[in-house]
Design a protein around this ligand. Structure first.
Ligand SMILES: *Cc1c(COP(=O)(O)O)cnc(C)c1O
Length: 463
């Protein structure tokens, strides 16, 4: 056939799209991709015809090519993946994971309209913050609570409201930088408050604070050094002493706790972390923490404290910029509801569950995965590993864990291949061996991992 005849035989874009729509079911996201792919495929055929690479074709071939590309093309950029790193709160992989129960709750609550800012008792306009205020307050034993986008926003909001144009005293040992560029000195500057550093990196005494209090001082700030640990010749001031000093001088106290621990993990054999309850009990006026670290909830920042102070924050203009959406509020209400029952939350919250489970549970998962891999001819060893909590929490705490170490296949090959999958897998490479740490693997993911190895083999593995 001549080039011209072939070109004339190419289907029209609209025609092709409608015939494809008849044979495959498309969701919203693939509609826009379909148009793109149809144009792509027709352009490719046109080029091949002009280059004389094609001497004949069927319209059906073109249609199948489009369908194949459509199915292959990743429909979303943000997607689920399998975390085989053993880091439970992985900042790059989305920190705290959601449970099926939480998702079911969101589905029930958020498909359709909700009473987000509507008061069902008065039938009038309500406040979005009202839904969780008393629940959080009850769980952490405080008068009131407020939720913003993240903990960085929580700290910024409090500093701006209570210390703008005034001084905030903080120990040099607590001038931290937390992952994702949260730096206390920078946040302080942004808020309009003036940072006053006292003491030294390893030791700060009460008189260091006392000496620096002036007429311009508004607040004494404590920041939890979440992501590092100083040991040896150290001293910091107990909350009680700081609170007493602040009372005497009529200052506000605030503690940025970072991780948001509600349950005392030391009861279960982990290192003692200051809990929110303890901070509140010590008399600190305002305590802030993240929602998606050790709390095991959605990304947000929670501020708890005295009602009178929280009420002032509610009038700050920054709050409008930091306000959370209904998805966050619904998630957080669900999470805090579980915290009303310690046993329940330890069992049901995936983050807490994985932090506190016995190593034998991980070993069981490793054995199951190993045997499933064996069935498809992938050899592996079970090795003892150290998992970590991550998310800048408890930096010195490791958790005994187990991993499956893949034999015979080059780690580099697996690593590269696994990144390209529809459900990518992120593992660990150690001594040129690929390791999947079972600490962060769920039962539902075994078959996906097995299929990924099958696909890797199909695509040809170079050792
Ligand atoms: C993690 C952390 C933050 C930042 O919290 P985000 O929720 O990520 O904004 C601030 N302060 C401390 C002490 C932290 O550990």
């Amino acid at each position: 056939m001549s080039v011209n005849t072939l070109l004339r035989g190419l289907p029209k874009v609209d025609r092709l799209i409608s015939s494809i729509k008849e044979c495959v079911e498309l969701d919203n996201s693939s509609y826009s991709k379909l148009y793109e792919i149809v144009n792509e495929v027709i352009a490719q055929y046109r080029k091949d015809i002009l280059d004389k690479k094609i001497e004949s074709f069927e319209v059906l071939d073109i249609q199948n090519e489009v369908i194949a590309r459509l199915e292959k093309k990743d429909r979303y950029n943000l997607k689920r993946l399998i975390n085989g790193t053993g880091t439970i709160l992985h900042t790059n992989l989305g920190r705290a994971v959601y449970s099926q129960e939480l998702i079911s709750h969101l589905e029930k609550t958020l498909i359709g309209y909700s009473n987000l800012e509507f008061n069902l008792e008065s039938g009038k306009r309500g406040s979005r913050y009202s839904h969780i205020e008393s629940l959080i307050a009850k769980v952490v034993g405080t008068e009131s609570a407020l939720v913003v986008n993240n903990n960085a926003a929580a700290v910024l909001l409090c500093l701006n409201e209570f210390a703008k144009g005034q001084e905030v005293i903080i120990s040099r040992g607590e001038l931290v930088e937390v992952g994702g560029s949260f730096r206390i000195p920078d946040i302080m500057e942004l808020s309009g408050a003036k940072l006053v550093e006292v003491g030294t990196t390893n030791r700060t005494h009460l008189e260091d604070y006392t000496k620096r209090i002036t007429e311009d001082t508004a607040m004494l700030l404590k920041v939890h050094t979440s992501n590092f640990f100083i040991s040896g010749f150290t001293k910091s001031i107990a909350n009680k002493e700081l609170v007493a000093l602040a009372k005497e001088k009529n200052l506000i106290t605030m503690e940025d706790l970072g991780s948001g621990v509600i349950i005392d993990f030391s009861k279960y054999g982990l290192r003692k972390e200051p809990t929110i309850l303890e901070a509140v009990k010590s008399g600190i006026d305002l305590v802030t923490f993240s929602g998606d670290k050790l709390l095991g909830g959605p990304q947000c920042g929670v501020i708890v404290g005295k009602k009178e102070l929280i009420d002032r924050l509610k009038k700050n203009q920054f709050l409008r910029a930091f306000r959370v959406c209904k998805m966050t509020l619904a998630s957080l209400e669900f999470i805090f509801n579980q915290y009303l029952d310690e046993k329940l939350v330890l069992q049901k919250n995936p983050t807490l569950n994985r932090i506190l489970e016995a190593p034998q549970e991980v070993l069981k998962r490793a054995e199951i995965l190993k045997s499933k891999l064996e069935k498809i001819g992938v050899k592996s060893n079970i090795i003892a590993t150290k998992a970590i909590i991550g998310g800048g929490s408890m930096p010195d705490a490791t958790l005994d864990s187990y991993g499956v170490e893949i034999e015979e296949i080059s780690a580099l090959e697996i690593e590269r291949g696994f990144l390209k999958l529809d459900i990518p897998i992120i593992g660990r490479v150690q001594n040129n061996r690929y390791i999947i740490d079972l600490k962060t693997i769920w039962e539902s993911e075994y078959s996906e991992i097995v299929n990924s190895f099958k696909e890797l083999k199909l695509n040809g593995i170079k050792n």
